[in-house]
Design a protein around this ligand. Structure first.
Ligand SMILES: Cc1ncc(COP(=O)(O)O)c(C=O)c1O
Length: 377
């Protein structure tokens, strides 16, 4: 059986977790937490990184920091994970879903521009499969209209857009360390803050609405309730696991890229025969091999291929059901403009197994099974 994902383990995580236990500091912002934040700040070049219990929590923080409230509109792709929309629906915003570009499955900047109204408060972009959105165009739209640009870079750690790390280009960005991501700690996330004016409030939000961070730094004698907030801190046990993964980030990235490139090379003949479409990586974009997906000619072929691969003990899986078609998507939002690609392209997409530790022969076996499927069609 070749599973779709195996959570990343380098083998050194348990030592770090034991060190955290010995240090008797298990709650947030301990030494492993600080080390991981520093790693993110230095390696991604952002003003401030904060570890959160999940990317979902980090997204909720961005919605509060952007002062989103009832009556505000937030534009985002319909082709995304629920948390991207949920964070803003929780604040009472109206979600405005727009179409994606079929080449990258990322938000279409022209559709964003067309969806802007005087109520638009933020543009939320999602870097699908760790491949950047067209950030220059999106930044231009956000700046022209004086609105927030927030990056859901849940899948994007170690990817760049024209040399800049994903999550550090808009006002804020979020990362996921869920077990399905390239670097993990089970459940975890990070908020990246690029606009220094947002840092002080973010610290308060993270500490249940108090100025406890200032107290810990010795800047105030007592800490008190200052703002709304929640428990948005990552436990030190998770941070210990994560810090080991970050120490090995280059090695993990290289191994994933090797397997991604193998899929890409070995499946190319099927693309040349018009049987399937392979992912497109625009020039100047460096990706992190978060995902290897293929697209077939129809939903029917995709489902047949998925079933065939399962019969060969290979777990390949579909991805997001467009949010505008969901019960909550209809309640809290609506699609603006034409759905040219969101529904049709998502129905054709199939994600292949890809994880740290996946072997060269495993990829060869998956490719062979895909070839066999198309040979018999
Ligand atoms: C685009 C996107 N946003 C947000 C999330 C939520 O991440 P987490 O599970 O860390 O809350 C995910 C997780 O799969 C995701 O893919």
């Amino acid at each position: 059986m070749i599973p779709f994902n195996i959570p990343c383990v380098t083998g050194k995580e348990s030592v770090a977790i034991q060190q955290a236990i010995t240090a008797q500091n298990l709650s947030g912002n301990g030494s492993f937490g600080k080390k991981s934040c520093t790693w993110l700040e230095n390696n991604l070049a952002c003003e401030r990184a904060m570890l959160t219990p999940s990317c979902t929590a980090a997204l909720e923080m961005t919605a509060i920091l952007a002062d989103i409230g009832p009556g505000d509109e937030v534009i985002m792709p319909s082709y995304t994970f629920v948390s991207t929309a949920n964070a803003f629906a929780l604040r009472g915003a109206a979600i405005r879903f727009v179409d994606i570009e079929p080449t990258t499955m990322n938000i279409d900047p022209a559709a964003v521009e067309a969806a802007i109204t005087e109520k638009t408060k933020a543009i939320m972009v999602v870097h699908y499969a760790g491949v950047s959105c067209e950030m220059e165009l999106l930044l231009q739209v956000a700046e022209e209209h004086g609105i927030y640009l927030i990056e859901d870079a849940a899948q994007g750690l170690m990817s760049t857009y024209k040399g800049k790390a994903l999550g550090t280009i808009g006002h804020m960005g979020t990362i996921s360390f869920h077990e399905t991501k390239n670097y993990t700690c089970g459940e975890g996330g990070a908020l990246l803050i690029n606009d220094p004016q947002l840092i002080e409030r973010a610290e308060i939000l993270q500490e249940k609405g108090t100025n406890r961070s200032q107290f810990i730094r010795g800047q105030v004698d007592k800490y008190t309730w200052r703002d709304i907030g929640s428990s948005y801190l990552l436990s030190e046990l998770n941070a210990a696991y994560l810090s080991v993964q970050l120490d090995h980030a280059e090695e993990i990235n290289e191994q994933r890229l090797t397997r991604w490139n193998q899929y890409n090379t070995e499946l190319k003949p099927l693309m040349e025969d018009g049987k399937l479409v392979l992912p497109h990586i625009p020039e100047d974009f460096a990706h992190n091999a978060h995902m290897f997906y293929i697209k077939t000619d129809s939903e029917e072929t995709r489902n047949e291929l998925m079933d065939y691969l399962r019969s060969q003990e290979i777990m390949a899986v579909s991805h997001y059901v467009p949010l505008h078609s969901s019960v909550a998507g209809k309640k809290y939002g609506k699609f603006i403009g034409e759905d040219r690609y969101t529904t049709t392209e998502s129905a054709k997409l199939l994600r292949l197994p890809l994880y740290y530790g996946l072997k060269e022969e495993d990829v060869a076996y998956v490719v062979k099974a895909i070839q066999q499927f198309f040979d018999t069609k």
